[in-house]
Design a protein around this ligand. Structure first.
Ligand SMILES: O=P(O)(O)OP(=O)(O)OP(=O)(O)OC[C@H]1O[C@@H](n2cnc3c(O)ncnc32)[C@H](O)[C@@H]1O
Ligand SMILES: [Ca+2]
Length: 501
């Protein structure tokens, strides 16, 4: 064997050893660290009910986008906390069962470090306008209960309509991954210029929010503008919350208006199905701040409502809730509230989703045109109550009886209130969940309060663990092939020599 051959053989052997060592190092030394899971709890004390959410995320990825996930939701039995105004000390204990459920989901050694927040929305805003001391007592009661849990209590407060809108917008854009793209997806997104955010439409029982990034900046109504710097990008966001325009309060407003026109205690209501009847207490109807401006003196104490099932008439009566006459800005939604031109896609959640989902109008399979949406709601409203009740006997009567009104109200709010048209209707996406997390303000609230969304883009390793191992294996394979080729070239095995000759 010549010296060159011997040297080549030794070199080949050493290179093979190096390749094996490289792969071994790539696989063993660069393993991702074992997962350290953190948890957080947020209670959404809405006007109609309270929901408890448990979120989890890997501790070492805290500042990435889209890593926090909802792992549990618990619906608190009974009314929302604002419904305890006459028994304020019972508000806190009503949450106990869901808090126990959270104790089971979260490993006990992590209870102490798990933050728990409670945010109350429009129901408590209204109660605090109507009876401030009752609202304070309700909040003290829930605070007492939350402090008695093993979790780390971080506060129970009424959040503003602006916060509700903004945190809903943060939640959906965080979950959709619109804030921060890394690596390949960043390149793809910039090529397709789709780094835009999605607007957020939330419809609760007592208030509704619209939030989006307008096309151009206008300082007409500064109270509707919020500034955020997230992951190194600036966002100027428009938001408005309409108190009393959640779907329950909108119905109360409509009934209080209709009451002004009745001659006796009977009211024919086009927004309920034919054959449906409901009796309401007039003093209850008129005592809340959304209806209290109305005339209060009536010679009867109860109102007997009878459904008519007439969609067109229902739309006309809902239209009266939106005052479009007076706008002190370049453009308005209603009631003299500034609204810049609508821009981009919108995620519509909570009751927007519940109602459209019931009516099979979320367009998950194929987008539903606006006129088709209207005709579907029209035919649903026209169905007699007996038939509807039999067809959907598994659905709570309170919800079922109001899908006709709610469908008509949603279209009025979007079409007449915000002026969505046939053209941009398709840009509204009705969504209940994104991945495993519910769309709503709670996740954005927790991300903000735990400082999980940094203002500047955090430094990230250029390659993920998977790509790193992949590249190492690829390089090693190339090296092996080159060596094999070189060996074949120099060694010239007999079989090849024959073939060549
Ligand atoms: O935001 P606020 O105004 O405080 O109210 P909320 O938080 O309690 O409001 P939700 O989004 O939970 O619910 C909105 C409305 O939808 C109703 N709702 C909830 N689940 C529903 C379902 O499955 N079908 C129909 N309606 C539903 C609920 O009673 C409310 O009237
Ligand atoms: Ca809500």
């Amino acid at each position: 064997m010549s010296w060159t051959r011997k040297i080549l053989l030794i070199l080949g052997f050493l290179s093979t050893l190096a390749v094996i060592a490289l792969i071994a190092v790539a696989v063993t030394q660069n393993k991702p660290l074992p997962k350290n899971i953190k948890y957080g709890i947020v209670l959404d004390a809405g006007s109609s009910h309270t929901n408890l959410y448990v979120y989890e995320w890997p501790a070492e990825k805290e500042n990435d986008t889209g890593v926090v996930q909802q792992v549990e939701v618990c619906k608190v039995e009974g009314p929302g906390i604002s419904g305890y105004s006459h028994a304020t000390e019972e508000a806190g204990p009503s949450l106990a069962q869901c808090l126990r459920q959270a104790e089971e989901v979260i490993p006990s050694k992590q209870h102490q470090e798990t933050p728990v927040y409670l945010g109350a929305t429009a129901g408590m805003r209204l109660l605090s306008l109507e009876n401030k001391s009752a609202a304070d007592k309700v909040l003290s009661s829930v605070e007492k209960t939350l402090r008695s849990t093993p979790f780390n209590f971080q506060g129970a407060r009424i959040i503003s309509g602006q916060e509700e809108g903004a945190y809903g917008w943060i939640t959906i854009n965080y979950l959709l991954g619109n804030f921060k793209q890394s690596g390949w997806s960043k390149l793809l997104h910039s090529l397709r210029s789709i780094s835009e955010t999605s607007g957020a439409l939330d419809l609760g029982g007592a208030s509704t929010q619209i939030t989006f990034v307008p096309n151009e900046f206008s300082s007409e109504s500064p109270e509707n503008l919020l500034y955020f710097r997230l992951y190194g990008k600036d966002y100027l966001v428009y938001t408005h919350s309409f108190l009393c325009y959640g779907k329950d309060q909108a119905l109360q407003q409509k009934l209080a208006r209709d009451l002004q026109t009745v001659e006796n205690s009977s009211l024919f209501d086009p927004c309920f199905h034919q054959g449906y009847q409901r009796t309401i207490n007039i003093s209850d109807l008129l005592k809340n701040p959304c209806t209290s401006a109305k005339e209060k003196q009536f010679p009867f104490s109860q109102l007997y409502i009878q459904g008519e099932g007439d969609y067109q008439k229902c739309r006309r009566s809902i239209l009266k809730l939106f005052n479009k006459t007076n706008c002190p800005y370049s453009s308005c939604s209603f009631n003299g509230i500034y609204l810049p031109p609508l821009q981009g896609d919108f995620g519509a959640f909570s009751a927007f989703y519940f109602v459209m989902n019931f009516l099979n109008l979320t367009g998950e399979q194929s987008p539903v045109a606006l006129d088709k949406v209207a005709s579907t709601i029209e035919s649903f409203c026209a169905r007699p109550w007996d038939e509807v009740k039999t067809a959907y006997h598994q659905i709570k009567e309170k919800y079922l009886s109001e899908y006709c009104f709610s469908g008509a109200y949603i279209l009025s709010l979007l079409e007449n209130g915000y002026e969505f048209t046939e053209k941009n209707w398709q840009r509204i996406h009705f969504l209940g969940k994104i991945g495993s997390s519910d769309a709503g303000w709670t996740l954005g609230y927790m991300l903000n309060l735990t400082n999980m969304i940094p203002a500047e883009e955090p430094a990230v390793p250029p390659l993920s663990h998977g790509s790193y191992v992949g590249l190492m294996v690829l390089c090693s394979l190339v090296l092996v092939s080159v060596l094999l080729f070189a060996w074949l070239l120099f060694h010239k095995p007999k079989c090849l020599q024959k073939g060549i000759v």
